[in-house]
Design a protein around this ligand. Structure first.
Ligand code: FAD
Ligand code: SF4
Length: 508
């Protein structure tokens, strides 16, 4: 009887994958393929493509060392058809495989495509659940069923109980579920600032870098210097480094932004977790152990664990519950094209120049830069959410649609009308000035509210709120803000609207 063909995707780089668990060594064949279609359907950052191709090549070696038969199709192999369906079809024909086994992908688009393979390729195709997540799609749907509003905090408490992380019996450690109130300190540039773990490219990575340089020259971002880990051992070293040097201050400065300090106390491990090199629950257990050993404070451990077992699982649940309609949501009817400076970084707004500049360099920006700088600006300026989504999907090394889309459309653009979050994350220059040191070097004056030279965020903030009052005016969390607007002198209000109009008309 012919063996099965086991397809392993580029973000499924773990030996514990459901498709590998169901396969039989010595009989089945593992297929891995670098395909142009996946690398180019948005023009992914060069570092992201290099990271995935190199991590895939290393993982295929790991599988061979573990006794698997692996067929690895390189991007520049002559016969490469350029698509996953094409490569599976070619391998099935070559090897006479009796069945295709694959763990479900993280994108609705690819899942739809796979569902058509059985008919197109005339071979049985079994798509298995991806159990690298703590909550299955069905469990999330059951949690969501009957709820008028979804709130991450409710979901998160259930996840703490389910995993037992930071729990003392049925109560949360420290008597409190969430220590976010302690996690909003601005940072000073003279604080000790750790850097993430970096690795020298080995020969395999070197070959991939040359390939990416040649084939994806017109993609966004700097390819070199390339320093991401590309193996499980490397990713584990990066995690251990984070836990020992940065985690103790992760909580305190989670929301802070500083010029030239691209990573602050963040973990820089999302690309490893999302690709399968690190297991999310194991990551959290290690963080919990550091807390139990007295090495990190509770606000840091809880803040980190909440992101992983809370937000990460929650956004994935929403993605699968609401796709495909979710991708088209546009609550505010925003229609402005994405400004060119999102690709070039060339803008006089120092906060945007910093966030976009480091995104070009590193394929990384931390959460508050994504949410409150690039995301906030796009929402205030009324940029079309799909264009914003495609930008985020392309530019970050950790971006896959299941996690990126709800974060962008839901959390940062409020394009889902409040399904994911309870109010739009809108902020003016004051917020940026409090949480960062960007404004000190900016051509714009953060204290000036309107007119030439005033920080554009100030007028855009009010313009956004007033423009969309019919849609969000009755949001109880915005009541105070709208009362402030209503009390404002007529000329001041007109000046805000006029400043915003002038700025937006000059936006290319
Ligand atoms: P840390 O700040 O150190 O956090 C620790 C871990 O928590 C991360 O590694 C990640 O696994 C998890 N995490 C934190 N916040 C979130 C979140 N909101 N959703 C899911 N997981 C989270 N994250 C992605 O993994 N891929 C994306 O494509 C992505 N796109 C985003 C787009 C926007 C507009 C916003 C606002 C956020 C996005 N995030 C995304 C979430 C978050 O910004 C990144 O997970 C985080 O910046 C990764 O860096 P880090 O590893 O240093 O994280
Ligand atoms: Fe950004 Fe305004 Fe500050 Fe300039 S002044 S850095 S535009 S918030």
């Amino acid at each position: 009887m012919a063996g099965d063909l086991i397809l392993v995707l580029g973000d499924q780089l773990t030996p514990r994958l459901s498709a590998l668990r169901k396969a039989r060594k010595g009989r089945d064949l593992v297929l891995m393929a670098e395909v142009a279609e996946e690398a180019t359907y948005v023009r992914h950052h060069k570092k992201k493509i290099a990271f995935l191709f190199s991590a895939m090549r290393h993982f295929s070696d790991e599988l061979r060392d573990a006794g698997w038969d692996v067929e690895y199709v390189r991007l520049d192999s002559d016969a490469n058809t350029g698509s996953l369906g094409g490569e599976v079809g070619r391998a099935v024909r070559r090897h006479g495989s009796g069945r295709v086994l694959v763990t479900e992908p993280g994108e609705w688009r690819l899942l739809q495509d796979m569902r058509g393979w059985q008919e197109r390729l005339s071979v049985p195709v079994e798509i298995l659940p991806d159990d690298r997540f703590l909550v299955s799609k069905e469990e999330f749907a059951a949690w969501a069923d009957g709820r008028k509003q979804f709130r991450m905090e409710h979901f998160y408490r259930g996840m703490r109980r389910r995993t037992g992380l930071l729990m003392e019996g049925d109560a949360p450690c420290g008597g409190c579920w969430n220590f976010d109130a302690e996690n909003r300190k601005p940072a000073a540039p003279d604080l000790f600032m750790p850097e993430p773990h970096r690795e020298e490219p080995d020969r395999t990575t070197g070959e991939v870098l040359d390939l990416v340089e040649e084939r994806f020259a017109d993609h966004f971002g700097d390819l070199r210097p390339f320093w991401f880990a590309v193996t499980r051992a490397g990713a584990e070293a990066a995690l251990a480094h984070f836990i020992s040097v940065a985690l103790p201050r992760f909580g305190d400065f989670q929301d802070a932004m500083l010029r030239g300090r691209k990573f602050l106390y963040h973990a820089v491990v999302s690309q490893y977790i999302n690709a399968g090199l690190l297991d999310p629950l194991e990551v959290c257990r290690k963080v919990e152990a550091a807390y139990a050993a007295g090495e990190v404070p509770l606000n840091a451990a809880e803040g980190f664990i909440r992101q992983v077992i809370g937000w990460r699982e929650y956004v994935r649940g929403i993605y699968w519950l609401k796709m495909p309609d979710y991708a088209d949501m546009n609550f505010f009817g925003a229609a402005r094209p994405l400004p060119e400076f999102y690709w070039t970084g060339k803008t006089d707004m120092a906060c945007l120049a910093a966030a976009i500049g480091q995104t070009r360099e590193e394929a990384y920006a931390h959460h508050i830069q994504r949410l409150m700088v690039t995301g906030n600006f796009a929402m205030l300026a009324g940029i079309e959410p799909r264009a914003v989504h495609e930008w985020y999907l392309a530019v970050y090394a950790d971006a896959y649609e299941w996690v990126e889309l709800p974060n962008t459309l839901g959390m940062s653009q409020f394009a889902d009308g409040g399904l994911l979050g309870s109010k739009p994350y809108a902020a003016g220059g004051n917020y940026m000035n409090r949480m960062s040191d960007y404004c000190g070097t900016c051509r714009f004056d953060v204290k000036r509210k309107t007119g030439a030279g005033a920080c554009p965020f100030n007028a855009l903030y009010w313009d956004f709120l007033v423009r969309n009052r019919a849609l969000i005016g009755d949001n109880p969390r915005l009541g105070q803000v709208y009362r402030t607007w209503d009390r404002m002198a007529e000329e001041k209000r007109a000046a805000y609207r006029e400043s915003a109009a002038v700025f937006l008309s000059g936006l290319r």
